[in-house]
Design a protein around this ligand. Structure first.
Ligand SMILES: *[C@@H]1O[C@H](CO)[C@@H](O)[C@H](O)[C@H]1NC(C)=O
Ligand SMILES: *[C@@H]1O[C@H](CO)[C@@H](O)[C@H](O)[C@H]1NC(C)=O
Ligand SMILES: *[C@@H]1O[C@H](CO)[C@@H](O)[C@H](O)[C@H]1NC(C)=O
Length: 797
């Protein structure tokens, strides 16, 4: 690559350069010949501008032209090389201009930087000189003296400088030689100089070959034939009133406007003095725009004038008289600008979508405004509509940054259509506007939020595993996975077991299922934590408490603690014969593991030996004599008591109670008959005998102990002997776990006691059966523990 290049920071004026430097504006120039191959290296712009080539792709480096022309050059984002992107033909781009400079901009974002690239296109000798006409007619009066000069229409070479026409050569002849003249603009033209007079009689006309040569290497040439006509009379050539005509005309002027008129006068009389005009050198576009009236010399407009396309036209006009004598003059028509182009708004870059967590003041777009007019007509002001969290900040030259002014929230406004308006300073001003669509991108900034602060659900016990309890719902307004809610149980324990063995939650729907069947008698409520988590990264979550309340079902029948279930013991209450009506004889003690109505027990005597003798307290279970006991009453009395709860349907249990009306345990032998009522097993009778004897022995032991105690206390508080506590083994498991509202308080264990059959003669009944009669601690602390243990075999042989 032979391209010569130079790098410079330019500034026409000091202030201008200084301002631009502040804005990171650096001007880099490259110079290289036209017509070089596409892809050729112009220079490494990254190096020349001191940019980090590796950052070019991320900074969206690109080359842009000021107007929307072809780009001609491009940047290689990997290497930072500036390369040729299009064929560059200097002649079509710049015509006859001495210097052909293409201006481009290198745009970088984040932060916005703009660098000016100027490409100076050097001429190569790719065009040969061309004469306007193949034959140049020259009329020479036969009286013309030696040294007369005749101008020859110049050849034209679209190349410039040394590649333009440098020399003319004429075929050797006897009359004329060629002299090369330079014009003020540097172009060369030739004049024929006569060195030997012509004689019309000798030669009326002759032809000479004229060659124009340019100065390029290799040299190129063009030829034309000079047709010399020798004239007879004393003729004069026309003369233009001005050597150069110049005028201004505003663009968009109406057709048929007379732009200017040229005049040439001829000294000749009559027909020979009549002058006609002809346009001899004019550009193709000029030929379509202007028409010359051949007789009046008026130049009229016949095509549209656009300052932005062509700001000046140059042409040559030839004046010719009746003899065919000619002269020419130059016409320059300058087009003046009219504000006829509205500003054009170009969106150079736009962040899409804009993450909603962008801090205010972030640049989200770059906008460029162009106005093809010139001077004041291209001064543009740019504005943005109100009420949007964006503003335009003027940046370099015609560039503006679109900057956020506040916090964006996609959940409130996800799209903005903002209108940018650009107005120029012309009069009248022109404006245009553009709608920019901005979308706000989601950021996971909202945790899921449960619809309720806490959830509670009620489930009746003995539910089916897998049954639905309730559902929780959390909402997350974020987008897609950032707003997708997943539910899960937080690990925890209920009664020592993991919560997952009680409940499960559907991750997608938030529906909570029971994993197992619940038992109200085991626990009545529990709490679990459910977490709602979104799918963002990092995810956001929130927790909620779900309380599960288990409601009771009457699924437990009353359990009779005393007397012990039938068949497992033979307990007999001793009723003194002297008992009056209303005396407390015994008490049926039952519990129900259910609660409320399901545990509200009622006691009924369903069968008795003597129906009139005993009653039972419906709710207390206390068995009392209904009347005084008489001698005639049977000694053995048998009651069957049913205990029912109040559930629906209600459940019940029954027990038998054996009462012995006697004052003396000596009468006990007859006891066996009582059991014989229902069982004739001999084994049982032996067992009973063994039992009675052991219990007699045991009771004696108790009496001794109690006696000792009474002796110590002197004032016995207890009115009856042989009080024993219900062994705790009689209580259903978990009984003590039931909280305060339960049917049976733990203290009740110790408040209820039973009177076993006793041989003591001083046995007395307590008529007022009161919980407070025997406080817990007294019974327990004063009674040896082995006492309890020893009592056990009596009840469960
Ligand atoms: C923005 O413009 C587009 C297209 O004209 C339209 O579909 C969209 O609804 C507009 N958005 C707003 C927020 O006005
Ligand atoms: C979710 O949020 C993250 C940032 O928290 C963001 O990068 C991502 O693009 C968002 N996802 C969607 C689908 O918008
Ligand atoms: C929810 O509970 C889990 C586990 O205790 C904890 O890691 C998380 O931070 C909690 N989330 C919230 C929002 O409190």
């Amino acid at each position: 690559m032979m391209a010569a290049k130079w790098f410079s920071v330019q500034g026409q004026k000091l202030g201008f350069a200084f301002f631009m430097l502040l804005q990171h504006f650096v001007h880099v120039s490259y110079s290289f010949p036209e017509e070089i191959e596409r892809g050729s290296l112009i220079g490494n712009i990254a190096k020349d501008l001191g940019l980090d080539a590796s950052k070019l792709p991320s900074r969206k480096a690109r080359v842009d032209s000021e107007s929307n022309r072809k780009r001609y050059c491009d940047i290689n984002l990997i290497t930072g090389d500036l390369i040729v992107a299009e064929r560059i033909d200097r002649e079509s781009l710049c015509g006859e201009k001495v210097s052909c400079i293409l201006i481009f901009e290198l745009i970088l974002e984040g932060p916005l930087e703009l660098h000016r690239i100027s490409l100076q296109i050097q001429d190569i000798n790719d065009n040969a000189p061309v004469f306007t006409k193949e034959e140049i007619k020259i009329e020479i009066n036969e009286l013309a003296v030696k040294g007369s000069r005749f101008r020859v229409n110049e050849a034209h070479d679209t190349d410039i400088g040394p590649n333009a026409v440098q020399n003319y050569v004429i075929q050797k002849n006897n009359h004329l030689v060629l002299e090369i003249q330079s014009k003020s603009d540097g172009s060369k033209f030739a004049e024929l100089v006569m060195y030997k007079e012509l004689d019309r009689e000798e030669q009326q006309e002759f032809r000479l070959l004229l060659t124009a040569l340019d100065g390029g290497t290799p040299q190129r040439s063009g030829t034309a034939v000079i047709h010399v006509i020798v004239l007879d009379a004393n003729d004069n050539a026309p003369v233009f009133s001005q050597s150069v005509y110049q005028t201004d005309i505003p663009e968009n002027s109406p057709l048929d406007t007379v732009v200017l008129a040229v005049t040439a006068t001829d000294a000749d009389e009559g027909l020979n003095g009549e002058v006609t005009y002809e346009l001899i050198r004019i550009s193709e576009t000029g030929r379509k725009t202007f028409m010359l009236n051949p007789t009046t010399g008026e130049i009229k407009l016949i095509g549209p004038l656009d300052f932005e396309e062509e700001s000046t036209y140059e042409m040559r006009i030839e004046a010719k008289d009746g003899y065919g004598l000619t002269s020419d003059s130059k016409v320059i028509i300058d087009i003046t600008d009219v504000n006829d182009n509205p500003p054009v708004i170009n969106i150079k870059s736009l962040t899409k979508p804009i993450p909603e967590n962008m801090s205010p003041g972030t640049e989200v777009g770059i906008i460029n405004v162009q106005d093809r007019d010139s001077e004041i007509n291209r001064q543009v002001r740019c504005s943005i509509q109100q009420n949007v969290p964006f503003k335009l900040v003027p940046s370099i030259k015609n560039y503006y940054s679109l900057v956020t002014t506040g916090h964006l929230d996609r959940e409130l406004v996800s799209d903005y259509n903002i209108t940018i308006t650009a107005t120029d300073e012309g009069s009248p001003p022109l404006s245009s506007s553009k709608i920019v669509q901005l979308s706000v991108g989601d950021v996971n900034d909202n945790p899921p939020v449960f619809e309720e602060q806490s959830y509670s659900t009620y489930v009746t016990e003995n539910n089916k595993p897998g049954s639905t309890l309730c559902s929780v719902t959390a909402r997350d307004p974020d987008w897609r996975q950032n707003g997708t809610v997943i539910y899960s149980l937080l690990p925890g324990e209920v009664n020592g077991a993991p919560v997952s063995s009680y409940l499960s939650v559907n991750g997608d729907s938030g529906v909570i299922h029971a994993v197992r069947s619940f038992d109200y008698e085991q626990f009545r409520s529990f709490k679990v934590q459910v977490m709602a988590r979104d799918n963002g990264s990092p995810p956001l979550s929130s927790n909620v408490t779900v309380s599960v309340f288990i409601t009771d079902v009457n699924d437990n029948s009353p359990q009779i603690l005393y007397p012990a279930p039938e068949g497992s013991s033979f307990m007999t209450e001793l009723v003194p014969r002297a008992a009056h009506g209303g005396s407390l004889v015994s008490k049926v003690i039952a519990v129900d593991a259910d609660s409320g109505q399901n545990a509200w027990l009622s006691y009924h005597i369903v069968k008795s030996t003597d129906p009139g003798l005993f009653t039972i307290g419906v709710h207390s279970g206390e068995i009392r004599t209904q009347r005084d006991i008489s001698e005639s009453d049977s000694m053995k009395q048998n009651l069957i008591v049913a205990v029912k709860d109040n559930g629906k349907p209600s459940l019940s249990a029954t027990c038998s109670m054996y009462l012995l009306i006697s004052d003396n345990l000596a009468e006990v032998p007859e006891l066996k008959d009582m059991s014989f009522d229902e069982s004739s097993s001999k084994v049982t009778s032996y067992l009973i005998i063994a039992l009675v004897s052991v219990s007699t022995f045991f009771l004696t032991f108790i009496i001794i102990i109690l006696g000792l105690r009474f002796c110590r206390r002197r004032k016995p508080r207890l009115l009856f002997d042989g009080a024993v506590t219900i062994p705790s083994a009689y209580l259903p498991p978990n009984y003590a776990d039931v909280d305060g509202t339960g049917t049976l308080r733990s203290t009740y264990n110790y408040d209820s006691y039973l009177t076993t059959g006793s041989r003591t003669s001083d046995f007395k009944f307590v008529t007022s059966y009161n919980d407070n009669t025997l406080p817990v601690d007294q019974t327990l602390s004063k009674s040896p523990t082995d006492f309890n243990d020893m009592s056990f075999p009596f009840f469960s042989p």
